[in-house]
Each structure stands twice: as C-alpha cells, then as structure tokens.
Design a protein around this ligand. Structure first.
Ligand code: HEM
Ligand SMILES: *[C@@H]1O[C@H](CO)[C@@H](O)[C@H](O)[C@H]1NC(C)=O
Length: 241
C-alpha cells in the first residue's frame, strides 16, 4: 500500500516542485483509501448519532448535554436513572406480582437489582452500615443528616483506607460541621449552633447533589438519639492534623 508515501508532509523543494497532475493523483488516492477503510462509514454514523444526541437534548432540555448532567457519562448513574425511571412506571412491581404467581418468593430473581430497587430508598443505621465500601460488590453511601448519597465513584476517597472512609456507611452529619473525625461521627447535632450547622449541612448537601460524581439515593431513618451529646472532640481534630 502507498499509505506511507502520501503521509509524507507536502513540502515542495525547489528541485522537485510537484506537477499539478501528481498532486491530483495523491488526492484521488487519498479518497480511494478513505472509501476502502471500513471504519469510515462507522465513524460517520457515530458522529451523526452524537450530533443528533446534542440536537435532541437541545430540543428537550434547551441544553446541549441533558441539563448539563455529566453524571450521565457514568455507566452506574445511567443504570440508576434507568431503574428509577422504570420503577416510576410501576412496571417492575407489575412484573414482580405477575411472577409471584408462578415463582416461589425465595427465587433469587426477587433479590435482583431490578426488583429490589426502590427510590427513594429507606435505610436504617444498620442497613446503611453495609455500604461503607468493605464489600467491593456493594456501592458506597454517605449519610448526611438523613439524606443518603452514592459516592462509589470516589472509592479511593471514601473506601477502606481512604482519607474520608469515616463518612462511609453512616450519617456523621456532626463531623461535617465540626471537622472532628473521631468522636463526632454521629448525626447528633445537639449542642451545635443550629444556624451555623444548618448552613454547613446545606452546603455539603449541595456539594453531593450538584457533584458530577455523586447522587442522592434515599434517606436514613435513625434510632432515637439517646444519652448526652458528644462533648469536646477527642483525638486528632481533623484527618492529617
Ligand atoms: C470541617 C472540616 C472538613 C470536612 C467536613 C471535610 C470534608 C471533606 C470531604 C467530604 C471530602 C471529599 C470530597 C469529595 O468527595 O470529593 C474532602 C476532601 C478533601 N479534604 Fe477535607 N474536610 C475538612 C477539612 C479538611 C482539612 C483541614 C484539610 C487539610 C488537611 C482537608 C483536606 C482535604 C483533601 C486533601 C481532600 C481531597 C481528598 C481526596 O479527594 O482524595 N480537609 N474533605
Ligand atoms: C436535619 O434533619 C432534621 C430531621 O429531618 C431536620 O429537622 C433538621 O432541620 C436538619 N438540620 C439541619 C441542620 O439541616
């Protein structure tokens, strides 16, 4: 093949100025090679689909990328949105009750993501604790004054050994306010300035909700708070201090 030859940069030296003819030949050859390449039509279709995607998005949302929700580039988030949308239709519940007629309830099919999915999902402190990253097959969740966020995309920050692992699998709202990552790992906000705490928590909630990596999955319903609130922070106040 002559691909090597016509990849040579076109540099006319005074000694060998190419004639008009050979120039045309090179263009023809290039066109032939492009037509032969089986990837070119695939690439054209792909480009067209991308452009159509932007146009459809603009038509529906007035933004070129689906309300600028770049989480949609993440496969896990796309599955989440798909499941959420499907469950809104009630079809999975219908399918489940139909299947219940013919399959025993112990069938593993009922434990599948498709059927066990709910939104918003309700956690207890104990069920939330399962999602601290110690089971690599489960997502990582962070609780924040009752709201639960999926932070699996930052497993190196929140997973075992990560600098913010102490926030995983629990609602440590108090530590989000105080920065005390030892004795304040609780949702107990008693004793804190309510206005300042409210601002901090609202700020962190906005951080998780607006992030391009995280998303809200549900709520954690806590046991009633018993005992006295944490006092002065014990141990290093912040990670790395
Ligand atoms: C009230 C005090 C603090 C709170 C509640 C807090 C909380 C957090 C959280 C939740 C993240 C993860 C953000 C994400 O998901 O991308 C983070 C990241 C980080 N924080 Fe803090 N932080 C505090 C103070 C500090 C201090 C004092 C330092 C400096 C030593 C620090 C250094 C960092 C660093 C370096 C990261 C990036 C970690 C990474 O992505 O691997 N933080 N912080
Ligand atoms: C935390 O959650 C409780 C219960 O839902 C709510 O009453 C309170 O206002 C929240 N506090 C802050 C600081 O957001």
């Amino acid at each position: 093949m002559s691909s090597v030859r016509h990849r040579k940069p076109y540099r006319a030296s005074p000694a060998s100025v190419p004639s008009q003819k050979s120039d045309t030949e090179t263009n023809d050859e290039r066109r032939d090679n492009l037509a032969e390449n089986p990837f070119v039509p695939v690439l054209k279709v792909l480009l067209l689909l991308i452009v159509i995607n932007f146009l459809v998005s603009y038509y529906i949302t007035s933004t070129f990328f689906w309300n600028n929700d770049f989480r949609l580039l993440r496969p896990r988030y796309r599955s989440f949105v798909l499941l959420k949308t499907l469950h809104r239709t009630g079809i999975p519940e219908l399918a489940q009750s139909a299947l219940l007629q013919v399959l025993p309830k112990s069938s593993p099919i009922f434990a599948s993501t498709f059927f066990s999915f709910t939104f918003p999902r309700v956690f207890s402190d104990a069920t939330l604790a399962l999602y601290d990253g110690s089971d690599p097959d489960l997502p990582i969740y962070v609780g924040l004054n009752g709201s639960v966020y999926d932070v699996t995309e930052s497993d190196r920050t929140y997973g075992p050994g990560g600098p913010y692992h102490h926030f995983a699998g629990r609602d440590a709202a108090r530590a989000f306010v105080t920065g005390c990552f030892t004795t304040d790992l609780t949702h107990d906000l008693r004793g804190l300035d309510p206005v300042a705490a409210g601002k901090d928590i609202a700020g962190w909630k906005a951080f998780f909700e607006k992030s391009a990596r995280y998303w809200y999955v549900g709520d954690v319903i806590h046991e009633p708070i018993a005992g006295s609130p944490p006092g002065e922070c014990q141990g290093p106040k912040r990670y790395g201090d």
